[in-house]
Ligand binder design. Structure first.
Ligand SMILES: Cc1cc2nc3c(=O)[nH]c(=O)nc-3n(C[C@H](O)[C@H](O)[C@H](O)COP(=O)(O)OP(=O)(O)OC[C@H]3O[C@@H](n4cnc5c(N)ncnc54)[C@H](O)[C@@H]3O)c2cc1C
Length: 411
């Protein structure tokens, strides 16, 4: 395992750092957040502006091909940029779905006209996309998608979309959405699906934000009430929607990120030194608390080592092993455990919001609200464990009773 940058990597890091120093403000503390008090819509606007700024400097899509307007860089360079950017105050990224999932799938499977029309505006932050996959009865198993796309029978060359999607991140701010819909219910569940794109402001598209415990509405229900889409809005072949979706999902999994914010166990230690334990002595003197700190330390260090191993593989041009799947399961759980630890140490005070407890507490609140979602999005803990079991440990696959059966008969 190699912990040091190679000479070209060090040069790229220096270039990123110099550009960030010139264009963003460095964080004063590791847990400082951009734009305290900004509403969601304002944060999305700020994210559009930051994406434009990065794209003009060549950092907008580091691993994309140059032909698409990317830098043609390596995953290692992407990681280096993210590590450096993490030290600066920048808006929360609203483009993870657009640039990490949808546009790579559209670029791979869409028509030349679609590529020419959509790639650049997304890269420069002018157009935001959402991904309309999950439904009330189709999440982990997207083969159960029930949203229908039916051929128009009134002479128009197009389709009518009918159905409901759910958990659609940023649908309320998105300009376009990529929809997975069923075009042939007589085929087996993954074979009768087709992808389209839809203008989120088209007639019949109804977006209802879902208000979360945090007060924010990060995701939405989206109703598609007989939405007309011309055939030119089909992405890929008819009934090849699963192939398009897999490209989007694999791109998401490859867009690895620093799962664990830096300095997490040190923040646990600092909180423990301040907080009183049961008998008035600092919590750090309590054996049970020290055990929790030790666990936090082991998990964060373990994750850091796994990340270093994955990056070493990427740096050598090899595919990373199962580290990324394991890191997702352990990483999200560790963030949640840290938030619980911080809450326990603050005692009753932890019920008070960051407006009263100060900036550093808003980071704990964000983790507490967000970590549960991280254990679901991009594959739940159980689904990732299944995949580690089957693909890494070679355990027998889950029994499939629906293989080869027409979708119509399943439902
Ligand atoms: C923060 C966040 C953002 C999201 N953004 C989007 C988005 O932009 N677009 C979009 O389309 N979707 C989005 N989703 C939805 C996400 O993809 C689904 O929530 C996820 O795939 C799980 O599906 P589900 O919620 O329907 O749960 P289900 O699939 O119904 O699962 C329920 C429970 O059963 C377990 N389970 C299911 N199948 C198995 C199995 N075979 N073996 C063992 N256990 C199993 C699961 O682990 C889970 O605990 C988002 C979700 C979150 C949390």
């Amino acid at each position: 395992m190699d912990f040091k940058d190679s000479t070209p990597e060090a040069a790229f890091r220096a270039k990123c750092r110099a550009w960030l120093e010139a264009n963003a403000e460095r964080k004063q503390r590791v847990d400082e957040l951009y734009g305290r008090g900004l509403g969601q819509a304002e944060m999305v606007e700020a994210s559009r502006a930051w994406q434009a700024c990065k794209a003009h400097a060549g950092f907008g899509a580091i691993t994309w091909d140059k032909a698409l307007g990317g830098l043609g860089g390596t995953p290692m360079q992407e990681m280096i940029y993210r590590e450096e950017e993490g030290q600066f105050l920048v808006p929360r990224n609203a483009f993870a779905v657009s640039l990490g999932m949808v546009i790579p799938a559209l670029a791979a499977h869409g028509s030349d006209a679609q590529r020419a029309r959509f790639v650049e505006p997304a890269l420069y932050g002018r157009e935001l996309w959402c991904q309309l996959l999950s439904e009330p009865d189709a999440g982990s198993d997207l083969g159960m998608v029930r949203t229908r796309a039916e051929r128009c029978t009134d002479g128009r060359d197009g389709w009518l979309l009918k159905g409901q999607k759910v958990w659609t991140t940023y649908a309320q701010f998105a300009d376009f959405g990529m929809v997975l819909a069923r075009t042939d219910p007589d085929k087996p569940k993954f074979d009768g699906l087709t992808c389209f794109y839809v203008d989120m402001h088209a007639a019949g598209v109804e977006v209802r934000p879902i208000r979360q415990a945090s007060g924010e509405a990060e995701f939405n229900e989206v109703f598609l009430n007989e939405v007309f889409v011309p055939d030119t809005q089909r992405i890929g072949e008819v009934c090849a929607g699963w192939k398009v979706t897999m490209t989007a999902l694999m791109s998401e999994r490859l867009s690895i990120g620093g799962v664990i914010p830096p300095g997490l166990w040190q923040r646990g230690l600092a909180l423990m030194r301040e907080a009183p334990g049961f008998d008035g002595a600092p919590a750090i003197e309590d054996g049970r608390m020290r055990e929790r700190l030790a666990e936090l330390y082991m998990n964060t260090q373990g994750l850091w080592l796994m990340q270093a191993r994955a990056l070493t593989a990427l740096g050598r041009g090899e595919a990373p092993g199962p580290e990324l799947s394991v890191a997702k399961i352990v990483g999200a759980r560790t963030l949640q455990d840290f938030a619980y630890l911080a809450f326990d140490l603050k005692g009753q005070q932890s019920m008070v919001t960051s407006e009263l407890l100060g900036d550093s507490w808003s980071n704990v609140e964000d983790l507490w609200f967000g970590a549960a979602g991280m254990r679901i999005a991009g594959g739940t803990d159980e689904i990732v464990k299944n995949s580690v079991g089957e693909r890494v440990l070679g355990l027998p696959g889950e029994p499939r009773t629906d293989k080869g059966i027409p979708f119509r008969e399943l439902s």
